[in-house]
Design a protein around this ligand. Structure first.
Ligand SMILES: Cc1cc2nc3c(=O)[nH]c(=O)nc-3n(C[C@H](O)[C@H](O)[C@H](O)COP(=O)(O)O)c2cc1C
Ligand code: SF4
Length: 438
């Protein structure tokens, strides 16, 4: 099957605008403008069933339909923050086929009649941001960006904006705050960005991969798109495979059918480097609950819903594969450290919960924790669930609850406390020193 997204694997040097144009480049945008009204474009995207690739899988056309018609100006924000551990698909798209991403963003902008597109790109991708700036200038020179695009009377600018390395700025409302020059603190919803977004104006925020699907959909039609994937999850998905596999990388496959974790890990990924059996799979980076590598899990066709019965989710499909050498309590410690560092601190359950979980995991790592501490971890996670402004507070409970549920023996293997659940003498001393310093 030819690729819809990773087209550079079929067409060398497609990042060059001339090569892109020679292979149906900007044809989706041309058709959108010449053959359809903005509302018709929204209807086509709804009919395609395209779902957001940033993690939540929300239907893209439905989201665009929420944008009010009579409020101006309107904006598109491209989420290129790509901070989820194990996710590196947007990078490949922007690096190797930037015009496909720009064309997708322009189709979205035309559909909602936006006057500007802001590409919010993670700070570490500074080189890609520079290349995107060059691609924007090339597209402008051909009449795809700027005043009166392709003679339609509609005008739109595209700007890149570099983030500064905060995971939370990938959350869509924190991203908007950051774009406005403020601290990246998620906003309370409602109102949703579709009605009150950037600078208080209607804004669509879409992930890079989501937008990269649009040139195909507008050029070939919703029906053609639906020949790939399943009824509920149409199209193809880029699976980011990393961890203990021989061939890590991005693999584009249709949802459902033969697309299983077994195929990804053993056929495409070449199995584990150590030759040891796979022990656990993080299907959605640090954010989704870990899965044990049972036959049932390995053979389930992957789509947005299929991992729910196992208590996990596909998220942005950043699959981190862990072999039997890993103690899952150790892995949970790493993830909790990440969430505690990245919590923006606005909500008490998330700020305090991740902090105390980190303390408990550090105690576990020192061999000083007991079963009482593990119960406390579960209690803290339960107190955090559903009690925060954004989903980070919920994500942070997954490493804890998932690893305790499936790999309880890994915790038992590192318990060494005295059974009282009390702090060790060293911890008490450290806490007293800390308190005195405050
Ligand atoms: C803590 C957190 C981090 C997120 N990071 C990203 C990210 O790096 N990239 C992304 O596209 N979406 C990220 N999201 C999801 C966005 O909030 C939002 O759902 C997405 O950009 C919508 O685009 P889509 O509908 O095309 O998926 C994150 C969400 C949360 C809660
Ligand atoms: S859940 Fe955490 S990261 Fe999200 S707004 Fe609250 S404190 Fe910030």
């Amino acid at each position: 099957m030819a690729h819809i997204l990773l087209r550079e694997l079929d067409i060398p040097n497609i990042k060059d605008i001339d090569v892109y144009l020679a292979h149906e480049g900007y044809q989706g945008l041309r058709k959108a403008i010449a053959e359809h009204t903005p509302d018709e474009v929204i209807d086509i995207v709804k009919a395609s069933g395209l779902r957001g690739r940033g993690g939540a899988g929300f239907p893209t056309g439905v989201k665009w339909g929420f944008v009010p018609k009579d409020v101006f100006p309107k904006y598109v924000a491209v989420n290129a923050d790509e901070s989820e551990p194990g996710t590196f698909k947007d990078r490949q798209l922007m690096e190797n086929n930037p015009h496909q991403v720009l064309e997708g963003a322009l189709i979205c902008a035309y559909a909602i009649q936006a006057e500007a597109v802001y590409i919010y790109i993670r700070g570490e991708y500074w080189d890609i941001a520079d290349w995107l700036d060059e691609a924007i200038e090339k597209a402008r020179a051909r009449g795809f960006i700027g005043e009166n695009i392709l003679g339609s009377g509609w005008s739109c600018e595209i700007y890149t904006h570099r983030g500064a390395g905060a995971y939370i700025c990938g959350e869509e409302t924190a991203l908007l705050e950051s774009l406005e020059g403020k601290r990246g603190h998620p906003r309370l919803r409602p109102p949703f960005p579709a009605s009150v977004g950037l600078y208080g104006k209607p804004t669509v925020i879409n992930n890079v991969e989501t937008l990269a699907n649009l040139p195909y959909i507008l050029d070939k039609g919703a029906e053609a798109y639906r020949q790939f994937g399943t009824e509920g999850s149409p199209g193809t998905k880029i699976f980011c495979l990393s961890g203990h596999v021989n061939n890590p990388g991005n693999y584009e496959l249709p949802f459902g059918g033969e697309t299983t974790l077994r195929k990804l890990i053993f056929e495409l990924g070449g199995g584990t480097r150590s030759g040891k059996p796979v022990k656990g799979i993080l299907p959605a980076g640090a954010s989704g609950a870990i899965l044990p590598a049972t036959d049932e899990v390995l053979d389930t066709p992957l789509d947005y819903e299929s991992l729910r019965p196992f208590g996990s989710s596909l998220g942005s499909a950043s699959l981190i594969i862990l072999d039997e050498s890993v103690n899952m309590a150790w892995a949970a410690n790493k993830m909790i450290h990440f969430f505690s560092h990245e919590s923006c601190g606005q909500c008490t359950p998330c700020r305090e919960g991740t902090y105390w979980l980190r303390r408990l995991y550090e105690r576990l790592e020192r061999g000083e924790a007991d079963l009482y501490d593990v119960e406390t971890m579960k209690n803290i996670a339960a107190q955090m669930l559903g009690k925060s402004i954004c989903a980070l507070g919920d994500f942070a409970t997954n490493p804890v609850l998932g690893t305790i549920q499936h790999f309880g023996e890994d915790y038992e293997a590192v318990l060494g406390g005295d059974g009282s659940g009390d702090a060790s003498p060293d911890e008490k001393e450290a806490a007293a020193t800390e308190a005195a310093a405050d």
